[in-house]
Write a new protein. Structure first.
Length: 255
């Protein structure tokens, strides 16, 4: 049945081209595990050079973004990218100006494989992660890997829960985290490493963290934590070791 769906879809797309209506398509590629799309898996669309990719609801294999300007948009949080016990669910491989939005991604927690839900490789500038649900991770929810210059990454309106380690781990300069909810982390809710300078953390809720709600390491200078709610963090709500950052107007509800 999936193959029949795929054949019908291809006929519809071909007819749009024949009648000069291909410009009605909003996305370069549609991915549907049930066949109602151009590709079965996201990696296939990326490998074919598609830049704007729409993924219908369903469960998909993990994928790697290795083309700049790639945008992957899910239909809803029922669009599931599952790395399980094999790899990160999504890997951004050092490319710029990409977008991941409106989907769910996860790895299987408790397995000791240390796979993040989203791994962002060094050199990925101006990445936007928006309205992503991470219900489980064997390591970090989102891991922005180390580099010695700016990334200008943006993480918005995400819900992250049940990570074995850190909810969001920032190891690069000038990252903005806004309006995210992070619940039940094995370690810190948000952690900024010694290379996590000038991180802005605004309007987030961090609940039941296994260590600090927010950790700013020595060297994570000139960061901002403001307007957040931090509840039942095992250690400190905001643990600022930088000496140059701002902790302002946060609601802190200890254990």
């Amino acid at each position: 049945m999936r193959w029949l769906n795929h054949v019908i879809w291809k006929l519809l797309v071909t007819n749009l081209r024949v009648f000069g209506l291909s410009n009605l398509r909003v996305y370069d590629a549609v991915v549907d595990v049930n066949g109602w799309g151009d590709y079965w898996q996201v990696d296939q669309a990326i490998d074919a050079g598609a830049i704007s990719i729409f993924v219908r609801d369903g469960t998909y294999l993990p994928f790697t973004i290795d083309n700049a300007n790639t945008q992957v948009t899910g239909a809803s949080w029922a669009t599931i990218i599952d790395g399980a016990t094999t790899s990160a669910a999504i890997d951004v491989n050092g490319v710029d100006d990409c977008v991941i939005r409106n989907l769910q991604c996860k790895t299987t927690g408790g397995e000791g494989n240390a796979y993040d839900a989203i791994t962002i490789g060094s050199g990925s500038d101006r990445l936007l992660i928006e309205r992503v649900y991470i219900p489980d991770s064997d390591q970090h929810g989102i891991n922005y890997e180390s580099r010695a210059d700016a990334s200008y990454g943006m993480i918005r309106d995400c819900y992250i829960t049940d990570t074995d380690n850190i909810g969001i781990y920032i190891q690069t300069y000038f990252t903005s985290i806004k309006d995210c909810i992070i619940v039940s982390t094995g370690s810190h809710g948000i952690s900024c490493s010694v290379t996590g300078d000038a991180t802005s953390i605004v309007g987030c809720m961090i609940l039941v963290a296994g260590n600090d709600g927010v950790l700013l390491d020595p060297g994570a200078d000139n960061s901002l934590v403001a307007g957040c709610i931090l509840f039942q963090c095992t250690n400190e709500e905001v643990d600022d070791n930088s000496g140059t950052s701002t902790d302002a107007a946060n609601e802190k509800l200890p254990l």
